[in-house]
Design a protein around this ligand. Sequence first.
Ligand code: 5GP
Ligand code: MN
Ligand code: MN
Length: 327
Amino acid sequence: LTRSEVAELIKGMTGKILITTHKNPDGDAIGSSLGWYHFLKKLGKEVKIFYRDRIPYFFDFLPGVNEVESGPEIKGEFDWVIITDVSDPKRTGFENIPAKKSLVIDHHITAEPFTDYYIVEPDISSTCELSYGIMKIAEPELIDTPIATSLYTGIVTDTGSFNYSNTSPRTLKIASELLERGVEPYRVYSSLFERNRINKFKLLELVLKTLDFALNGKVAHITLYRKFLEETGAYPEESEGFISYPRSINGVEVAVFFKEVEGKGKWKVSLRSKGKVNVAKIAKKLGGGGHRMAAGYETEGDLKEIKSKLFKEIELALEESYYKSIL
Ligand code: 5GP
Ligand code: MN
Ligand code: MN
């Protein structure tokens, strides 16, 4: 659908509406779903917001976080479900979503439509940026400070504080409009990034010791073993951002973070590119998805084999980009 069609669809929704997002929710997932939650309530609708996983503590400043419920199963029956920042049904973390009709609002390049209605704009920085555009068409005067703060938070986290290549002139214009609607940037920044627990640094210490390289230094990778969490008392979500260390190394083209978070032998793999390699393509091939510069997938098995399979794919992608550059 187009943005105007989504705006009309949402304004016309009747009955019980459920809002959800992806498992292990990040700032964009939480910001966009909460933004829509507040917006729909202001439109006078009956809304419930439910996630598979709980919200990391550093998002506790967002208005409405206490109204979010979470768990492995959604109870009740709904007329609509709105799913934000999700490109593939596995990512919701639910086996079944009890809703008659469904709408996805997303920005992943690897998205494959799985709902009755969807809008996917892969060129947009974040689901929050896209959501702001749709809300502005639907009912701009409803975008108050709580909604603006939710959306701003998702834009900040998905753009690496307006630094990644998904930051466009329009992204910054929207950020400016959100400030005009009452967002306090330092409050958001300090809430997100200046409340670290010492456990996080203990975890970082262990993870950085695993730093290793492949493909002549073009790949840098770090690993979080499950036992590190027990040893440090850190939460899995406190490893958010660690991947920027291997990525920051001179000469590295692809950074990889292997996380054994959900259970022994189950790995979450995060990929970051510096531009030459489209990591979304690699992640998709290996069962996940994402964006050109940031992507991920989940897998199981022996870490050595997981690594060699992945590094082969990166090697092929690097060769391809090399041939493209000399042609
Ligand atoms: P992160 O590495 O921060 O978890 O995720 C980076 C990007 O890759 C995000 O845009 C996220 O949506 C996507 N991504 C990460 N893991 C998966 C996955 O298992 N499946 C899919 N489809 N996308 C993923
Ligand atoms: Mn996300
Ligand atoms: Mn996103």
